[in-house]
Design a protein around this ligand. Sequence first.
Ligand code: ATP
Ligand code: MG
Length: 593
Amino acid sequence: MSVETTPPAAPAPSDFIRDIVAQHVAENRYAKIVTRFPPEPNGYLHIGHAKSICLNFGIARENAGQCNLRMDDTNPTKEEVEYVESITEDVRWLIAGWADHCLAFKPKGATPTAITSNGAPDFHIAPVSPDGSNTEPFFASDYLDQLYDYALQLIKKGKAYVCDLTPKETDEYRGAPDKPGRESPYRNRSIEENLDLFQRMRAGEFPDGARTLRAKIDMSSPNVWLRDPLLYRIRHVPHHHAGDKWCIYPLYDFAHCLSDYLEGVTHSICTLEFVDHRALYDWILESLELPRALPHQYEFAKLIPSYMIVSKRKLLHLVNEKIVAGWDDPRMPTLSGLRRRGIPASALRRFVIGVGVTKYDSVTDIAVFEHAIRDELNSLAQRRLAVLRPIKLVLTNLAPDEVIECDATNNPQDENPTTRKVALTREVFIESDDFAEIPPPKYFRLKPGGEVRLKYACIIKCEEVIKDASGAVTELRCTADLTTRSGQPNADRKVKGTIHWVSASRSVTAEVRLYDRLFTAAEPDADGDFLKHVNPRSLEIVQARLEPALADLKPGEVVQFERLGYFTPDSKDSRPDGLVLNRTITLKDTWTK
Ligand code: ATP
Ligand code: MG
């Protein structure tokens, strides 16, 4: 079973952003709805980004529009090609079979020049090769020439100036929300002087931090973002995508609105921390008196699931401190970690779409996510038999070479469930905690002298318990009542417990990694010290025994081990001669116990 060929999730419910888009569509305001997903390539994408991806691609999908994947890469000090590649892979994975037709590509190396009927550049021109190698996502750094020209235009309009205040002085002059700002002494330089200085900034004449380009807006505005915000700063560092052509780089607020404009974006959707930036977004675009329809910014609340950290910087810290094995460690809330853990893209989409789009920050119960995963896998996953902590059980009335083929159901959720054969032999393994020598009250599993049903096989009775010198149980000697097999006269005879098992001779061994939540606190970062709440027991490794066919399972395929949970091969570490499986999720929520 491949988890990527699932039917699309239910249609997204409406929300205030979709209502705005619907209004614009009704008014025919734009020839085409264009959104974008603009990550900064300074880390791997996490579950919060999945919400933004599904919102932006969802709106494009519902309105026959397009969504651009854009690297928001104008801060070269923290950005890397590794991140560009992982982001591209993760976005493709998340939208595959759902909204890939809305993902706009551009031919490798192209910058926006062609203008379409929308008045926007059209990047759907490249026939995408099957591996996508002739195309690439959009890069804000591809627009550095255009952005520089726009900066010159602002200077010529008297709306931007070169400022010599140090970063510290700039902060002091800016004031605070309740404290007015002060005008920079460089604010009233002539246009000629500003043009000269800005060109010399670009030419590399000044060291980092010596000068900045600032918008000339209003130092007394109640919105601090309008108090002559920085547009450009000097950074003598090469860029992962643009090379070493530049030593000045635009700041987010300048680059973002203009990148949106250059790409013909209509709805620029971001998270609530940008509400106060909106006035600046509009000011820059309006000040330039641009010929085409302007994009507008809309804000929604971040997704913050409980027991998770959604900050690239903090996730990087977990990686650097080796608290996890890497960005794609299956305990990480990154898309690559969740994928490696076996969580289907469809379950992730279902979750992030289902929680809705609001204007108020809140924590989403992780149980909602886990419910979506279980629900999705319940119908997708084939059932298999596996024993995580094996204890040997000998069926003394079976001959050593006797093999009884039993019919096991593959997925009872299927409309017409199919079956496969599993071999019952004289020696089998059962789960060690399915036996109790001194059983607690109401214990319906195996106990001395007691009976249980081996699922799909027959009822067995525990006749003798063998122990080693230390008193540990090493073997259970039982008898099998073969008249209770299906089709036999006593097939309907009831016992209270049914347990899973595998044949000792007809099974394979595997390392199974049992993952638990990475943090023990619902809001690990509430007190600003998330490291304190790392779960010391987030990974347990066991040597399990599996049905032989499980050796052929491929990464991305998830099965249910009956009574245990959902499992998938580890895409990095599993080999034919050394199987490694990850537990995607348990069958039930065991956390509360
Ligand atoms: P981080 O703090 O993890 O670095 P970020 O906001 O800096 O996150 P970006 O790369 O700028 O990361 O994010 C790309 C897009 O994803 C932005 O539009 C951002 O608003 C959105 N986004 C980031 N985190 C979340 C979240 N938790 N929920 C929803 N959207 C998010
Ligand atoms: Mg950001």
